[in-house]
Design a protein around this ligand. Sequence first.
Ligand SMILES: NC(=O)c1ccc[n+]([C@@H]2O[C@H](COP(=O)([O-])OP(=O)(O)OC[C@H]3O[C@@H](n4cnc5c(N)ncnc54)[C@H](OP(=O)(O)O)[C@@H]3O)[C@@H](O)[C@H]2O)c1
Length: 364
Amino acid sequence: MAPTTQKALVIPAAKAPFQLVADWPVTKPGPSDVLIKLVSVALNPVDAWIKEFGAGPPLVPGYPFILGDDGAGVVEEVGPEVTNVAKGDRVLVVGGFNNDRAMFKEYLTHPAREVVKIPDNLSFDQAATIPLAFATAVTPIWASGEGANSVRFTPPWEEGGRTKYAGKPALVLGGSTSVGQFVIQLARLQGFSPIIATSSLRNAEFLKSIGATDVLDRSLSPADIKNALSSLTGGKPIEYVYDAWGRDRESARVGYSVLAPGGAFATVIPQELTDIADLVEESEKKGEGRRIGQAWATYDTPGNKELGEEIYKRLTGWLETGAIVPNRVEVLPNGLAGVETGLQRMFKGQVSGVKLVVHISETP
Ligand SMILES: NC(=O)c1ccc[n+]([C@@H]2O[C@H](COP(=O)([O-])OP(=O)(O)OC[C@H]3O[C@@H](n4cnc5c(N)ncnc54)[C@H](OP(=O)(O)O)[C@@H]3O)[C@@H](O)[C@H]2O)c1
């Protein structure tokens, strides 16, 4: 039997210091839920931003609040209606912004149909690097429900999804981000080529190992990046740009301006924050037909729901065959007590090409 209380890393009020508590209640699973004992959980930039700046509704429904969006663990209990997973299964889960769905604690109660089995070739640490960043990579390109903020590529499980993009150039800005690493791999899965990424050059060989054909130093000037792109594509128009960092104005502008008419631009942050609104307006006036998709890393919205169903079905297989590989991992010491140091490093830009992970069992 699972305990009724657990350790949890709680933010008692907006911008307040973390409190590690020992008596946070464990939510009992409903008929279609599973109770997961979390083993490895990963840190994300959004955790660092909420911790530093505080946030209110709709992102943070209220305080005390628990962060954490990426979890991997073992199914401990299943509700009577659950058929897709069993006690003892290893699973990964994407969290959400409410305390029941948060990962910086020992147990997670979650709808069973939204968990993904971890194949034997992946550790819990590796599995924890996947959920949020993978959802961020897929939602702005494949979501197709009503209201989806997506460029609506044909996904690889539909006819043409692995052939119609073959030989078309793609550009991934911020390729070494956790998100960017999945974007590169998904572009490879769909046949895009060349796949050009920008990042610090220390991550170049790794990005090539997961599908980038070329890596450009992200500190090059916009003009140098444009010249390099033109020579790498042989002047072919770039059909797909994914801005996986999103917070660099110049880079976003380069990305949008090199996009072919009719091409697809996906980004991790709202368009108005990328500062490309004037370029978009100009392009629309010319009738260039460029599409924009904005990531929203959840399958809970009506537009993303069907995509979620497909991902829950397929992700285990992609991981098993190596079509998709997880991020590289750096494990922080002290379990939940190590989260704060990790978030500070993230906030200061001191994380490069790895995902920070903590082991829940190491929490003091
Ligand atoms: N919309 C959503 O739902 C959603 C969900 C998740 C994440 N996000 C956003 O997506 C972005 C990526 O998140 P993440 O978790 O993948 O990040 P991350 O892995 O923590 O980011 C670390 C990486 O960022 C790169 N980087 C830092 N400054 C950069 C810049 N100016 N241009 C390009 N790359 C830069 C670094 O690259 P080098 O070391 O190679 O220089 C480093 O490898 C963040 O802005 C995050 O807030 C949005």
